[in-house]
Design a protein around this ligand. Structure first.
Ligand SMILES: C[S@@+](CC[C@H](N)C(=O)[O-])C[C@H]1O[C@@H](n2cnc3c(N)ncnc32)[C@H](O)[C@@H]1O
Length: 387
């Protein structure tokens, strides 16, 4: 099966950008090809020169994802080489104090659309979209993961659905993990994403370093990633707010698991907007605000920017003079430039000012191709407020 470009994207693809949008494919060739989603397809440019091999997604605006440039068709040995390379790159994460990490980060590991998170000997596979779900053989990947002793059980977690068994021993619903010596219980079946937000590991460690003797507010806390690190960093009190009862129940368990005094932790199951409105006069020394992605598409971006400004303005008001606030966003459609604008607008709306102390993103087990900065989705900015 061969697809053909209708736009001259040869240079961009050769530079390593891995995607072709539908409007850049020759629609006549596409109709004739009757591409099967699970098959490897070749891509030629407008002059019929070979570009490389990838797979087709009939349901996504990203219609073709490049797997291998050049004429050599990817085979089992090629995929094993990519997976081995990814595993080798993670060796520095696996230690007695951390047993959870992202093993495959899709395009950033040359395995487009394929995600694999490892939680203490259980691997959770996830695919980015219909095409990836059809293309990647979960069973073959599962067998490799067990053979390499990366995992004893492999499950597949379709987005917004419960997990399914793939390979190896049957996985339990809950697993205890260790991240920088902090203990968390992860719900592998019903948890959000693959169960835990591994991408914030380095930012959580940073928040730990800011927390000594502070009273901390963690907004959109999920199961308490930032809360547990703040407590272990010496916070005098931690308040965590999330709308999901499942997440806050899990957070209570994580407090106990780490032997923290439950009296120093307030766990609130509520809408963050309502919580802030009811606690307008309370101030915190350190606020972390990590809302869910609000821009699922480029067209949703203007509305999402408004929403981020509103949340960040409200959160900024809760910070003591001279206190700290960490803003985060996981929306890939919001760039670092957009994010800087959002923070400036938010502070200006509530007449606060501050200094940017740190700008960071996802951890290094979430790599992305140099030529595809769209995949640098996580943004994290620490601002110290003016007194
Ligand atoms: C990106 S996750 C936060 C991840 C967390 N910071 C961590 O490190 O694990 C966003 C969280 O926001 C919660 N959420 C979504 N809308 C909310 C709302 N209106 N009020 C409170 N929590 C909300 C979701 O339940 C989810 O747990």
């Amino acid at each position: 099966m061969v697809l053909k470009l209708s736009k001259n994207l040869r240079k961009s693809l050769l530079r390593g950008h891995p995607w072709v949008y539908r409007q850049a494919l020759d629609s006549n060739v596409l109709t004739q090809a009757q591409v099967k989603a699970h098959k490897t397809v070749a891509l030629k440019d407008t002059k019929n020169q070979f570009v490389g091999w990838g797979y087709y997604d009939s349901q996504s605006p990203i219609a073709f994802r490049m797997i291998r440039l050049g004429a050599d068709r990817p085979n089992a040995a090629f995929y094993q080489q990519q997976m081995t390379r990814a595993l080798k790159a993670r060796e520095s994460f696996i230690s007695p104090s951390t047993n959870c990490y992202r093993l495959f980060n899709g395009e950033g590991d040359g395995l487009p659309g394929l995600v694999c998170d490892v939680y203490n000997k259980i691997a959770v596979l996830q695919c980015d979209g219909y095409g990836a779900e059809q293309f990647w053989s979960k069973e073959k990947i599962g067998a490799w993961l067990v053979d390499q002793k990366v995992a004893e059980s492999v499950i597949f977690k379709p987005r917004q659905k419960n997990a399914q068994h793939v390979f190896g021993a049957k996985a339990p619903q809950y697993i205890e993990i260790l991240e920088n010596d902090q203990r968390f219980e992860v719900d592998l079946i019903q948890g959000q994403k693959t169960g835990f937000f591994l991408d914030q590991r380095d930012n959580r460690k940073y928040v730990q370093s800011l927390s000594d003797k502070k009273n901390v507010l963690n907004l959109f806390s999920y199961t308490g990633g930032f809360s547990i690190y703040a407590a272990s960093g010496g916070a005098s009190s931690v308040t965590s707010v999330d709308i999901s009862q499942k997440a806050t129940d899990q957070l209570q368990k994580n407090i106990t698991l780490n032997n923290f005094d439950p009296k120093a932790h307030q766990v609130v199951t509520e809408d963050v907007f309502e919580y802030i409105d009811q606690n307008k006069n309370t101030k915190w020394d350190l606020v972390v605000v990590d809302p869910p992605s609000m821009a699922p598409s480029e067209s949703a971006k203007p509305q999402a920017i408004k929403k981020y400004i509103e949340i960040f303005a409200k959160a900024s008001k809760q910070v003591t003079p001279g206190g700290d606030i960490c803003f985060s966003s996981c929306s890939s459609h919001i760039s670092f430039e957009d994010f800087s604008f959002i923070i400036q607008e938010a502070l200006s709306q509530v007449r606060r000012n501050g200094y940017v102390c740190r700008v960071s993103g996802q951890g290094s087990d979430h790599p992305f191709p140099v030529s595809c900065p769209e995949l640098q989705y996580l943004k994290f900015v620490h601002v110290r407020m003016v007194e």
